[in-house]
Ligand binder design. Structure first.
Ligand code: MN
Length: 259
């Protein structure tokens, strides 16, 4: 069965090349997110010619203070991939200027995605959902996947209203709050992720293969078999991918035929 890991930090795994090969062998569509433009090249090189693993260019909100100067590079790199992440806002910091710098950076990235014709974005929104949604409304950057969503049920509805998808991971599936949010998400807006190596299974960092457990949890929640839940997730991911002009039947390298 085709599986989906819509948010994995392949470059931070113990052996990134092996992680890519394992995902290819197991037919797991993987969005290999990165946290700063200066490290995109490494992951891009690992993904060239791959069928299932795609490199995304990103600027993690918590790195805006140190890597914000790489925004211009990110805009250039948008020409080489249809995938953007990890980007977004993180308001765990109470520092007003820091939050403001995060908003400027994310708004600039979102606007650049819109100008580029739309991208698939994997978005971090911890404690910052209203501002994330405001920026998405303003910029129309393409197809937004809210990764590890931890907002409210009402915010789930608002996000759905502007076309957002959600990627859910083993930590969410294992927590009561995460499952309550999952129950509020329309089934056709949900895909799986691991956020490896940040999410762990026991003490071991999660890798793409661990989406299996998330699919199982979705099946239980949806009253569906694991096969049905997995097929639904794969179908939703194909819709996401084709929303940005990538043929879902035969995805070329990184989603760009000239990449
Ligand atoms: Mn992440």
């Amino acid at each position: 069965m085709i599986r989906v890991d819509a948010h994995c930090h392949v470059d931070l795994m113990a052996d990134p090349a092996r992680c890519v090969e394992a995902a290819e062998a197991a037919r797991i569509y993987t969005i290999a997110v990165t946290n700063a433009p200066s490290v995109f090249e490494h992951t891009h090189a690992l993904c060239v010619g791959k069928r299932y693993v795609r490199a995304a260019v990103g600027l993690h909100p918590e790195l805006v203070h140190s890597h914000g100067g790489e925004l211009g590079l990110l805009v250039e790199q948008l020409k080489r991939t249809r995938y953007v992440g990890e980007v977004g806002l993180d308001y765990v910091t109470g520092d007003t200027p820091a939050r403001s710098r995060q908003r400027s950076a994310f708004a600039e990235i979102a606007a650049a995605c819109g100008r580029a014709g739309g991208r698939v974005l994997s978005i971090h929104s911890r404690r910052a959902v209203p501002d994330v949604l405001a920026i998405l409304r303003e910029a129309s950057p393409g197809t937004a996947i809210l990764h590890w969503f931890s907002g409210t049920r009402r915010q789930v509805d608002e996000a759905v209203g502007i076309g957002c998808f959600f990627s859910v991971n083993p930590a969410m599936a294992a927590s009561r709050a995460g499952r309550a949010l999952l129950a509020a998400m329309p089934r056709d807006r949900v895909v799986t992720e691991t956020d490896g190596p940040f999410v762990c299974i026991g003490t071991r960092p999660a890798g793409p293969d661990d989406v299996r457990g998330v699919v199982q949890a979705l099946g239980e929640l949806w009253g569906a078999t694991e096969t049905e839940a997995g097929a639904a997730v794969a179908h939703t991911f194909k819709r996401i991918v084709s929303s940005c002009g990538e043929p879902s039947s035969n995805p070329p390298t990184n989603g760009l035929s000239h990449a």
